[in-house]
Design a protein around this ligand. Structure first.
Ligand code: SAH
Length: 224
């Protein structure tokens, strides 16, 4: 890896290791998730002026009034996505993300599943994310510039869907693109009152489970 990818000082491996130990102390127990987050250089996904803060456990601005999620939230959502629905069901292989943003969450997922599909409505952010994927040699991420509220029907079905912007509710169109054993993780609600939900198929049909309060930027209509 090149020095900028590797980082040094506040952006190097030791900074990532410290962050991961902190996440472990705060309840993240899935070793697959911790290993992936130890590997992905978060500092490359944010503006250089902020890179010294890349391994603090905080959300940071990425331009266009959007943010890269707090590492704990990325870890929590990824862990919720990978948790086995049933011992007989293998871990998810094809995953759809709505809200590419910086690309960091997609990069973490790309180390854990076979294929990541990610949709972003702001073209400029998507261009940046693609650059980061190329720079890191991540080849199993497919991107699309579109309103992700409609999912990605041409690539469905997915084993898992992760939404990284908050809507008032989970769209039926997304649940319809899941495999029967699938799982969807999404923040739901309005600013100041959002909860992280995990949807799974039950005998009564698709049903949410609440995983705690979160704060995400809103899911917005249309493309920019
Ligand atoms: N997963 C991102 C977090 C980005 S913040 C990361 O790791 O950096 C949420 C992102 O969702 C923003 O980039 C925003 O533009 C995008 N977004 C909001 N509404 C959307 C929609 N309807 N379709 C696709 N992307 C959307």
């Amino acid at each position: 890896m090149s020095p900028s990818v590797q980082g040094s000082g506040l952006t190097g491996q030791r900074a990532r290791d410290r962050l991961v130990e902190r996440l472990r102390g705060e309840g993240i127990s899935d070793e697959r998730v911790l290993t992936a987050m130890r590997q992905v250089p978060r500092h490359l996904f944010i503006d250089e002026a902020l890179s010294s803060r890349a391994y603090e456990d905080t959300a940071l601005p990425i331009g266009k009034a959007q943010t890269i999620s707090q590492p704990w939230v990325v870890a929590r959502m990824t862990q919720a996505l990978l948790a086995p629905v049933h011992p007989s069901i293998p871990p998810p292989r094809r995953v759809l993300e709505i809200g590419t943003g910086s690309g960091y969450q997609a990069a973490v997922l790309s180390l854990l599943v076979d294929q990541v599909f990610t949709v972003e409505r702001i073209d400029e952010l998507l261009r940046g994310a693609r650059k980061h994927f190329r720079q890191l040699g991540l080849k199993n991420i497919t991107t699309r510039h579109a309103d992700g509220r409609a999912g990605w029907p041409e690539q469905a079905p997915f084993d898992a869907i992760i939404v990284t912007a908050a809507g008032a509710e989970v769209e039926d169109a997304l649940l319809a693109q899941l495999e029967p054993h699938g799982v969807l993780v999404a923040p739901v609600g309005t600013a100041g009152a959002q909860v992280l939900q995990r949807w799974r198929n039950t005998e009564q049909g698709w049903a949410p489970e609440e995983l705690g309060a979160v704060a995400f930027v809103p899911l917005l209509p249309g493309v920019v």
